[in-house]
Design a protein around this ligand. Structure first.
Ligand code: ADP
Ligand code: F6P
Length: 322
């Protein structure tokens, strides 16, 4: 006996590649199990505006390979208020919806938690490129984003090597250096600057100068935006070494494009798992996969825990970047 009959899905906050694959999995996983499934357009804003429509199998055809989110996303101030949250829960009840899957980052998770406390069964899926959500090894979109950065650095390396130049590449990650770390290691960057680990820019600059003098033909520094802007890092490198790095800010390019197979698979597994958890009657949970195993953790715990930084990977990148 299912604890829910009608469920809905929405995407919220910053988008990420693989959100569509997650929406598809929720819709088809729900329909397969005999539920009625609805989609809410434009996140919590769309909920408050009653932008709700019923989905069928074909509604999510031809989207697994697409970036962005067909449900679109929004940031909604009204939903931050208790009145907005109550209105959202009332609207869901008006449509007979008793379960909701929210795909987004930690801000969106808070909204899901509030709805859960108001009696709507909710599941939250990690849809963000930043990989800043604990209790899951990876977030949906992270793998694609890292691939984009690696591809960009490959290209930069070609022209930097031709000119024997240095390059500073600024990547996304307001509070989390995972994109910088993974892309930096995978692309053989000389230095990786992340908010989680202090660094000595003078030492990095002088080491880069020494490398050039000893025959190295390029120098690539990856900096997470949470540290500071790429321009500032370049300025400090010049100040300490005289080297004049070129700066590339990858920006929102990192959030677009077709998701990798890893993101599609992660999204498909988590979307289907969310439906299963709702049917079982669970609520207020953030879902993830850790070492291949599904995890359902209280949203409160997830939101009050900082994701551990992989310092061993950071040290590895340092060792190999000489
Ligand atoms: P992300 O989900 O990517 O972290 P935001 O932090 O912008 O993005 O959050 C997305 C939306 O989630 C917000 O615009 C707001 O509608 C909702 N939200 C964020 N924080 C809360 C909160 N504390 N309570 C209720 N809703 C929230
Ligand atoms: O999705 C997370 C993130 O990509 C951050 O790394 C970045 O700072 C932010 O979103 C920028 O998003 P927006 O321009 O939509 O505010």
């Amino acid at each position: 006996m299912s604890a829910v009959k009608k469920i809905a899905v929405l995407t919220s906050g910053g988008d990420s590649q693989g959100m569509n694959a997650a929406v598809r999995a929720v819709v088809r996983g729900g329909l397969y199990r005999g539920l009625e499934v609805f989609a809410i357009q434009r996140g919590y804003q769309g909920l408050l505006n009653r932008e709700i429509r019923e989905m069928d199998l074909r509604s999510v055809g031809d989207i697994i390979q697409r970036g962005g989110t067909i449900l679109q996303t929004a940031r909604c101030k009204e939903f931050m208020t208790p009145e907005g949250q109550q209105k959202g829960a009332d609207i869901l009840r008006e449509f007979g919806i008793d379960g909701l899957v929210v795909i987004g980052g930690d801000g969106s998770y808070q909204g899901a938690l509030k709805l859960s406390k108001l009696g709507i069964k909710t599941m939250a899926l990690p849809g963000t490129i930043d990989n800043d959500i604990p209790f899951t090894d990876y977030t949906i979109g992270f793998d694609t984003s890292v691939s984009i950065v690696v591809d960009a650095i490959n290209k930069l390396r070609d022209t930097m090597t031709s000119h024997e130049r240095a390059s500073v590449v600024e990547v996304m990650g307001r509070h989390c250096g995972d994109i910088a770390l993974h892309a930096g290691l995978a692309s053989g960057a000389e230095a990786i600057l992340v908010p989680e680990v202090p660094f000595d820019i003078k030492e990095i600059a002088l080491h880069m100068k020494e490398n050039f003098q000893n025959g190295k033909r390029h120098g690539i520094i990856v900096v997470a935006e949470g540290v500071c802007g790429g321009d500032e890092i370049a300025r400090q490198i010049t100040e300490h070494s005289g080297i004049e790095p070129r700066v590339t800010v990858l920006g929102h390019i990192q959030r677009g494009g077709s998701p990798t197979h890893n993101d599609r698979i992660l999204a498909s597994k988590l979307g289907d798992y969310a439906v299963q958890k709702l049917i079982e009657g669970d609520s207020g949970k953030a879902l993830g996969i850790v070492k291949g195993e599904f995890q359902a953790t209280d949203i409160e715990t997830v939101c009050s825990t900082k994701k551990a930084f992989d310092i061993e990977m950071y040290e590895l990148a340092k060792r190999l970047s000489q």
